[in-house]
Write a protein of this length. Structure first.
Ligand code: NAD
Ligand code: ZN
Length: 385
């Protein structure tokens, strides 16, 4: 089959690879109909999240069940499903405690090179390096889906792939950021980063009762998209002091909730040599600090942007003084998925309005380039095998 294969930082190509096959009784093989590139995939592309060997990329995908393992009960050949990105066994301590991204059984390999994180095994993800289980991803014609009775969800035929695909990751991720803040209604929510995850958090903030949603991003074209599809206020940190602006907008108090939908962006030595664009994300740990400054006393900071390295100047004094609630991590997609599918099928939310590029999977190298370098007004790329 054909697939998007990571070889080394900066090098993802469209290759011929062996077809996946059923390995465990609970597996299905899915024929992928649509897949997307995530901001998290860029951490692998840059080398920030290391992968020592070739790997099929992709954790945002959906498709048609092609083959079913002997132990699978809930799915049959021909079912059309979305597949949430964490691989969960459904029966361990963490799966039973609403924390499927920490499943104890799915990451049975875990021979990741990152000594700092390797002391406690986390869950497995599709196409997300050996540290996260070494599973092949779904930016491919076919993908093996383990524990297929647990996470995959059938999607009604009248919902397009474009509307359903983001239920696998970015809509639940944006939703988590807002859910963690437990809005009561009327809150001001400031969302740093207006990429796909930030855009989804904006949608979730409105649905959960925010009275004002503020999008922050240095890229004007992304702020324009946010304004157009989500009717938010916008701030560009290259043009204004964002913390001051947010305080002004909230009577000096600060936002009730700040969301970090940017994450870390370490030095990109390898890629920097290969590309001409300015590395505007360098040092974006500043975003987390800005969240702690811009949030009101006793407010909540939700961090869904990924952080992959330690940081030694953490503003713990400000967090303590202001009594800030912090929640972060990978989205517990399974806690929300059925409700979010209902929102989509009942047309209470539109998800496909963030798609800027719909390309064949064979264009994957180009697709990564424009998404990574923010070229061609790229917001979200979906790929069709
Ligand atoms: P993206 O790279 O498209 O978006 C990041 C956005 O942040 C860009 O629009 C960029 O211009 C903006 N940005 C950069 N510096 C900024 C600053 N100083 N202030 C405000 N905005 C700034 O990626 P994405 O797909 O939207 O993902 C965002 C983050 O969420 C990534 O770190 C990704 O790994 C993470 N993520 C986490 C989960 C989870 O489960 N927690 C799931 C999916 C993605
Ligand atoms: Zn993702």
């Amino acid at each position: 089959m054909k697939a998007a294969v990571f070889h080394k930082p900066g090098d993802i190509s469209y290759d011929t690879v062996p077809d996946p096959r059923i390995e465990e009784g609970g597996d299905v093989i899915l024929r992928v109909t649509s897949t997307a590139i995530c901001g998290s995939d860029l951490h692998i592309l840059s080398g920030a999240v290391p992968q020592p060997t070739d790997m099929i990329m992709g954790h945002e995908f959906m498709g048609i069940v092609e083959e079913v393992g002997p132990a699978v009960k809930n799915l049959k050949k021909g079912d059309r499903v979305i597949v949430p990105f964490p691989i969960a066994c459904g029966s361990c301590f963490f799966c039973n405690h609403g924390a499927s991204p920490h499943c104890e059984n799915s990451n049975y390999k875990h021979y990741g090179p990152n000594g700092d994180l390797a002391d406690q095994k986390g869950a497995a993800l599709f196409g997300y390096t050996d540290l996260y289980g070494g599973y092949s991803g779904g930016q491919a014609e076919y993908v093996r889906v383990p524990y297929a009775d647990i996470s995959p969800r059938k999607i009604p035929d009248n919902i397009t792939d474009e509307q359903a695909l983001f239920l696998t990751d970015i809509f639940p991720t944006g939703w988590s950021a807002i859910d963690w803040a437990q809005l009561k209604g009327g809150e001001v929510v400031a969302i740093f980063g207006s990429g796909p995850v930030g855009l989804m958090a904006q949608k979730a903030a409105w649905i959960n009762g925010a009275s004002r949603v503020i999008a922050i991003d240095p890229l004007d074209y992304r702020l324009e998209r946010a304004k157009a599809v989500n009717k938010v206020d916008t701030l560009n940190p290259h043009k204004v002091d964002v913390v001051e602006a947010i305080r002004e907008m909230t009577g000096g108090r600060g936002a009730d909730v700040c969301v970090d939908a940017v994450g870390f962006e370490p030095e990109r030595n390898i890629l920097d040599k290969m590309k001409s664009t300015i590395n505007f994300q360098k040092g974006s740990i500043k975003v987390m600090e800005a969240c702690f400054k811009a949030v009101r006393r006793s407010g909540t900071v939700s961090i869904v942007g990924v952080y992959g390295s330690p940081y030694d100047n953490f503003p713990v004094h400000r967090m303590f003084d202001k009594g800030i609630t912090i929640k972060q991590g990978q989205a517990p997609v399974l806690n929300y998925i059925d409700h979010l599918i209902d929102l989509v099928t009942q047309e209470k939310v539109v998800l496909d309005d963030i798609i800027s590029h719909n390309l064949p999977l064979s264009d994957v190298a180009h697709a990564y380039k424009i998404f990574d370098e923010k070229q061609d007004d790229c917001v979200k790329v979906i790929l069709k095998p």
